[in-house]
Design a binder for this molecule. Sequence first.
Ligand code: IPE
Ligand code: IPE
Ligand code: MG
Length: 264
Amino acid sequence: MSEAEVPQSTETADDTPTSAVPRHVAIIMDGNGRWAAAHGLPRVEGHRRGVEVLRRTIRAAGEIGIKIITIFSFSSENWSRPAAEVGELMGLLRRFIRNDLAELHRSGVRVRIIGERAGLAADIGRLLVEAEELTKDNTGLTLVVAFNYGARQEIARAARRIAEDVAQGRLKPADVTIDSVGGYLDTADLPDPDLIIRTSGEQRLSNFLLWQSAYSELVFVPVNWPDFDRAVFEGAIREYQQRERRFCGLAAKTAPTTPVKTGS
Ligand code: IPE
Ligand code: IPE
Ligand code: MG
């Protein structure tokens, strides 16, 4: 479909999106290995091609009018893959940040990383901090990279910090609420995803954004990530636009997206 067929985002004075373009889209980029196998190539070729597709997708997201895009790049469970594949994936992340950070910064993209930092190679830890620091004042698209991310681990980490704050008298048990818990998660201050897209035809979340996806619309597309393109992206957004979001009430509404403050 043509670009013009996806309604573009328009904004009111209070910065509330008024069109049906999802404000926050999260993507589970899956199927690199199957794409490679189908082309008689080693799995790493699927991952390499996947990085190119990611670049194009980030550009498309900004053009479509999406404000926040979250991508699942490496899960807490992906360490269980063969060491050689894990090494390739780490190398691709290093190269992505080294090669693309300056361009992302020039385009006004704000980078945010979610996931566990402890235990990562020191140089990767430094690259993640550099990406966030360099771009923190940018006001364009927010790119959230879920790296070494698992939602259960994120929730457990938040629970640990809440327990510490209660033990230290900084937080009262009665103040442990949906909003304050949200503020302890890695995604503190980010609105929940309106739309989660998973490629490759698998229909599961695989430990991605379990708290934040409570009311997200889920769209599963049958193409492997290396074949994801603008037409498939816009098709997923059109499917989202046909859904009626009810949030357990009776009438369709826009998302309750009040930013939450950290409780510590
Ligand atoms: C997604 O593709 C990339 C990562 C999980 C890092 P996969 O590597 O999971 O590809 P399939 O699912 O084996 O095809
Ligand atoms: C989820 O995909 C993780 C990422 C896309 C980074 P996986 O391919 O690792 O998940 P499963 O094994 O299909 O659940
Ligand atoms: Mg997979």
